[in-house]
Design a protein around this ligand. Structure first.
Ligand SMILES: [Zn+2]
Length: 307
């Protein structure tokens, strides 16, 4: 016994406890039930990848303790051939491309939770207003080691393909709180997520109408706003959550008025004491927004609270 297992779990998942992984697995299963198309594409495996990783860890622990593979298979209810392949050095993630866990991963994920759409296993951003936002996303995707497709002709669009990333975006959109343990495990990643989300859904707070406003980002899903607030807390940036009535909006695609799907819109707003901290640590990658924020900091929010 005591076989040396050569496979090392990618950092992205190594830091998660079994509990956090099981929670992600359960939530992902619920999302799959909602989207039958997604379920069809994933049907080859009975358990979501996160749940499989917990079984994988258990298998290795039991094997090290001397339990026979056949008994592990019976005990966990996992196919014998799967157990054998894990013991031989295969990992549930072996057949996937898992990106680096860094600022660029965070930025792309934050932007996708805000402005992206998932057509599994693709992640697509379309009708982006700012061309430099397209470039920022494309740069970050490339820095994650993935290929991107960029269109700038008819509308601004970026797309890329990665199954694990697409799953994380879905979790972020439908069950944002399950991502908090993962995203608040690294300052670099947390900064990336907040930055990407603010580029997608935020505004600087500078304008004639709102003389004393501060940067804020909005979404119709309160869970997403809670996730961003959780990350801001982790980074030591004070913020508050606001709720307001959702107004009708005009689609940039068809120029028609739409009634919003949800009645309320939620925002996370940086507290005045921490606007300068936000500017120094996070800021915007969209030039237009960053220039406004810079004006705001120079004129109104010059001090940093000691926390
Ligand atoms: Zn503060």
């Amino acid at each position: 016994m005591g076989a040396r297992i050569l496979f090392e779990e990618p950092t992205l998942f190594r830091i998660l406890t079994d509990e956090a992984l099981l929670n992600m697995g359960e939530e992902f299963q619920l999302i799959c039930q909602k989207y039958s198309k997604l379920q069809r594409r994933l049907k080859k495996s009975k358990h979501p990848i996160y749940t499989q990783m917990v079984y994988y860890r258990k298998t290795l622990r039991l094997y090290e303790e001397g339990v026979e593979p056949y008994n592990i298979s019976k005990f966990l209810g996992i196919r014998f051939s799967t157990i054998l392949s894990w013991i031989k050095g295969h990992h549930p993630l072996s057949s996937y491309i898992v990106s680096e866990f860094n600022y660029h991963f965070g930025y792309t994920l934050g932007a996708a939770i805000g402005d992206g759409a998932v057509s599994y296993p693709n992640i697509i951003f379309s009708w982006l207003k700012d061309e430099d936002f397209v470039d920022a996303i494309a740069d970050s995707v490339k820095s994650m080691g993935l290929k991107t497709w960029v269109w700038k002709k008819r509308n601004h669009q970026v797309a890329f393909c990665n199954a694990i990333f697409a799953q994380l975006v879905l979790l972020g959109k439908h069950s944002a709180q399950t991502l908090l343990p993962l995203l608040s495990s690294s300052k670099e990643v947390a900064i990336g997520v907040v930055s990407g989300f603010f580029d997608a859904e935020g505004r600087s707070g500078w304008g004639k109408k709102y003389l004393y406003d501060a940067p804020r980002a909005s979404n119709t899903k309160i869970e997403i706003i809670h996730l961003i607030k959780g990350l801001l807390d982790y980074l030591g940036i004070h913020s508050t959550i606001l709720k307001s009535k959702n107004k009708e909006f005009i689609s940039p695609k068809t120029n028609k008025k739409y009634r919003p799907k949800s009645e309320y819109i939620y925002s996370v707003r940086i507290k005045r004491c921490c606007v300068k901290r936000f500017y120094k640590l996070i800021g915007f990658r969209i030039k237009r927004k960053q220039e406004e924020l810079s004006k705001l900091v120079q004129t109104r929010f010059r001090y940093i609270c000691p926390i």
